[in-house]
Design a protein around this ligand. Structure first.
Ligand code: FES
Ligand SMILES: [Fe+2]
Length: 428
């Protein structure tokens, strides 16, 4: 449970808010690189942290993320002409470069220097691992580019997708660190989804729906260990990584790729759910990539031409009550991603956390909220850089392991929880 002020603090991320300032300490995924496929291609609208922005790629391949609206009289530059190293407003021809600098005002004599005085707000936008990353904080605090393993492995070893989700970022992210719901909500999928089925660990998940949680602080966030019974008194541990502010990595299953998410606020009532799947040491197979493209695993099928899921709020997520009754799916909604999103959206745009009744399996959520609140306070009051900015905090892996009862996972799986180049992730 949170007090109303705490809930407001964590869920409001627009300009000038403390949590918005925290998000502005990090490089955030903003677009898929394929959304700007070539030089001078059409610009793309991007809303992040309640700011309406426009991404474009100029004649020389430089990326820009600038204010969506023309400084003259406020036209959306989405209608702009992407030509000769700049984006030209089609209303009266004012032209801007990728830094937001106005480089031409055709109605004014060039000698007047008028254009030089006009500059739109802009943020750096950089490609890494098939993702365009944006940094929206103060230029003098810009950190090194992110080094999450999925973005560092060679192309062909990772697959990244994104979808819009119609609720606040925090309740979506909290779903990502609450692994106790897997034994219920996703139980129908563990043995049928092509990106989950066949792993030995699935049986431990299905046989023990009362996991014991051990949550430990990590340098960048939390290790969230969920313990279930295995054979001979051993324990099956699933260790999720949460790195501030909103990166999660789910423990792998068998030989399947390892996956995780980022949640990025669009505004206070909508967020981007980013999904990545990768293999640290080998390429993904064609079968795996085809399954991801088809919306299996943590990915979704879309409304054509959009990043909105095909199963969405307007069609009741295509719920199938017969499948629910027969136990084919636990909630009646098809697919792991939409099982999560449907329930999280059903809480309303911003869930009222003053009314919750939390239990011991919510420990990860409780500790993540506290860590966020602490980091926001330290940043606001003492200008302390939050956890997760340091590249060392990003070099993490989730893990699934079976351990004897006397071994603490944070010691026994210590190496498995770090990026180890050339070594496969620890998986059961
Ligand atoms: S509104 Fe853009 S040039 Fe006039
Ligand atoms: Fe889930």
């Amino acid at each position: 449970m949170l007090r109303k002020e705490q809930n407001d603090l964590l869920t409001q991320t627009g300009p000038g808010t403390p949590m918005g300032r925290l998000f502005r300490c990090y490089w955030m995924p903003a677009l898929l690189a394929e959304e700007l496929p070539e030089n001078e291609c059409p610009p793309v609208r991007v809303k992040l942290l309640s700011e309406r922005l426009l991404a474009f790629r100029d004649t020389n391949g430089r990326y820009g993320l600038i204010d969506e609206f023309c400084a003259h009289r406020g036209v959306s530059l989405w209608f702009g002409r992407n030509e000769e190293c700049g984006l030209r407003c089609p209303y009266h021809g004012w032209k801007y470069d990728v830094t937001g600098q106005c480089i031409e005002v055709p109605s004014e004599p060039e000698e007047s220097g008028f254009a030089k005085k006009i500059k739109l707000k802009s943020y750096p936008l950089v490609e890494r691992g098939g993702v365009l990353w944006a940094y929206m904080g103060p230029p003098d605090r810009q950190p090194a580019l992110p080094e999450w393993e999925f973005a560092m492995v060679p192309a062909g070893q990772s697959f990244v997708s994104k979808r819009t989700q119609e609720n606040n970022w925090l309740q979506a992210m909290e779903g990502g660190i609450d692994s106790s719901h897997v034994s219920f909500l996703h139980r129908g999928n563990l043995n049928s989804d092509p990106l989950f089925k066949g792993a030995k660990g699935n049986q431990y998940n299905l046989n023990d729906s009362r996991p014991h949680f051990e949550v430990v602080e990590s340098p960048g966030g939390l290790y969230i260990g969920a313990r279930r019974n295995a054979e001979h008194g051993h324990y099956y541990w699933r260790i999720t990584q949460w790195v501030m502010p909103s990166f999660t990595m789910i423990p792998p299953r068998g030989d399947h790729p390892v996956h995780g998410h980022f949640w990025v606020p669009i505004d206070d009532e909508n967020c981007w759910t980013w999904n990545f799947d990768y293999k640290p040491t080998e390429p993904l197979s064609k079968t795996q990539i085809d399954a991801m493209r088809a919306g299996k695993g943590i990915h979704v099928a879309y409304m054509p031409g959009t990043f909105r899921p095909r199963a969405n709020k307007d069609n009741d997520y295509l719920i199938d009550r017969a499948a629910q009754k027969a136990g084919i799916t636990y909630s009646g909604v098809e697919g792991i991603a939409m099982q999560d999103a449907s329930l999280q959206e059903s809480m309303g745009p911003v869930v009222d956390r003053t009314k919750e009744n939390l239990v011991s399996t919510d420990n990860g959520i409780i500790m993540a909220r506290h860590r966020l609140l602490r980091a926001v306070k330290a940043l606001t009051e003492m200008d302390v850089t939050p956890p997760g900015v340091d590249l060392e905090h990003q070099r993490v892996r989730s893990a699934a392991v079976v351990l004897p009862p006397d071994q603490a996972y944070k010691d026994a799986a210590k190496e498995a929880l770090k990026v180890r180049p050339g070594v496969h992730h620890a998986s059961v």
